[in-house]
Design a protein around this ligand. Structure first.
Ligand SMILES: Nc1ncnc2c1ncn2[C@@H]1O[C@H](COP(=O)(O)OP(=O)(O)OP(=O)(O)O)[C@@H](O)[C@H]1O
Length: 367
């Protein structure tokens, strides 16, 4: 019987992932990572639900205190990103550095297991010709989470199962009800876990960053209003600028050096291209020539046609690998810090972090 360690959040998805593997005959061990410091109700409720689920299934449960890792990898990453005027995406970083890698290390070192599983909606398979592990969108496109998994390296993909990738969310809930799992009717999480915990990203950041008042300016540098900290703004943002103008205004740029938020009209927020750093090639080897793709620049935005132009040698490690994305049509709100993830239909080819326009210009001068 193969041992599999299943990451349990206490939600219905990971419950059904664990139950499915258990009923398929795997030797399943439940593992919950305790992620957030403070009195996180979601964490404590989740932990209790995970323990109860393991009781229902008659499998062991382990709790790993990961609060320090979460603080270093996610809280610090978010706070320093917003301080630098970007809008970091914590989820892909959390999956790689807080969940998958530490879960696999714990499974190998303490539980004698070589495989882990989660309730993510995505599909994984090994290419028979190349031996490369490939990641695809879930069958249920409304629940597809492949965007958040683009940063998993081959060794983590090789060790992972996603038991829910071939079924719809409705089927998951039905399975949970059929098996009498107490999590069957538990509501889905609605937002980023940190936001559920703190109420909003703003109130989370306000705990760490003091107000730093400055000017809101137009592209000519004319002062149109005041802000209380650049970390409260994101590219493409329209609401909350507090400026009366004949046309709606959007955030075009965040200039940390001058402590200014630059605003302009909607068409100015469109960008024909962008540079992407820390590129992880998932399902194919790094290409040496441009390739045609469909790219997603936000979790919920549709994939659009683009060309990926490699800027670094294919042998460059993911931390230093860069590409240029050239969109067929200019895109609205290309946001530094967020992930761009590119696909060939449902197959994830690769992804990385969108860089700031001024940072890309600097790297062209000083490669
Ligand atoms: N604290 C945790 N400890 C261990 N594994 C976790 C934890 N949080 C999430 N996971 C794993 O990551 C998967 C995706 O997490 P996400 O936060 O996106 O939850 P979800 O899609 O709402 O799933 P669920 O219904 O299981 O909470 C979960 O299904 C679970 O396997």
């Amino acid at each position: 019987m193969e041992k599999v360690v299943v990451g349990l959040s206490g939600g219905v998805d990971s419950s059904v992932a664990a139950a499915t593997l258990h009923h398929q005959g795997y030797d399943v061990i439940g593992l919950t990572l305790w992620l957030m410091k403070g009195k996180g109700q979601c964490c404590s409720e989740g932990m209790v639900d995970a323990v109860r689920l393991c009781d229902e299934l008659g499998i062991p449960h382990h709790l790993v205190d990961s609060r320090d890792v979460f603080e270093q990898q996610i809280v610090n990453y978010l706070v320093s990103g917003y301080q630098q005027g970007v809008t970091p995406l914590p989820c892909s970083q959390c999956n790689r550095a807080v969940k998958f890698a530490p879960m696999l290390a714990y499974a190998q070192q303490h539980l004698g297991a070589e495989k882990i599983a989660t309730g993510h909606y995505a599909r994984i398979a090994q290419d028979a010709h190349t031996g490369r592990w490939q990641l695809r969108r879930a069958i249920d496109l409304s629940k597809d989470q492949s965007y958040f998994l683009y940063d998993l390296p081959q060794e983590l993909l090789a060790a992972s199962y996603f038991p829910l990738g071939n079924q719809t969310k409705a089927e998951t809930r039905r399975t949970a009800a059929d098996l009498g799992l107490h999590t069957a009717a538990k509501p889905d999480s609605q937002d980023l876990c940190l936001i559920e915990h703190h109420g909003s990203m703003q109130s989370f950041l306000d705990k760490y960053l003091a107000p730093t008042p400055g000017d809101i300016v137009d592209t000519q540098g004319r002062i149109l209003g005041q802000h209380d900290g650049v970390h409260h703004y994101t590219i493409g943002q329209r609401k909350g600028l507090g400026i009366a103008a004949p046309h709606p205004l959007y955030v075009l740029d965040i200039d940390v050096g001058r402590n200014q938020v630059v605003v302009g009209e909607r068409d100015q927020v469109h960008q024909p291209d962008c540079e992407v750093k820390q590129v992880n090639w998932v399902s194919i080897a790094p290409p040496s020539a441009p390739i045609r793709v469909q790219v997603q620049i936000r979790y919920r935005s549709p994939a659009v046609a683009a060309t990926v132009v490699p800027l670094t040698d294919p042998s460059t490690p993911a931390t230093g690998a860069r590409v240029k994305l050239v969109f067929d049509e200019p895109q609205f709100g290309v946001t530094p810090g967020q992930a761009a993830v590119w696909y060939d239909h449902d197959l994830i080819l690769g992804g990385g972090i969108i860089t700031a326009r001024n940072q890309a210009a600097m790297t062209e001068v000083n490669p």
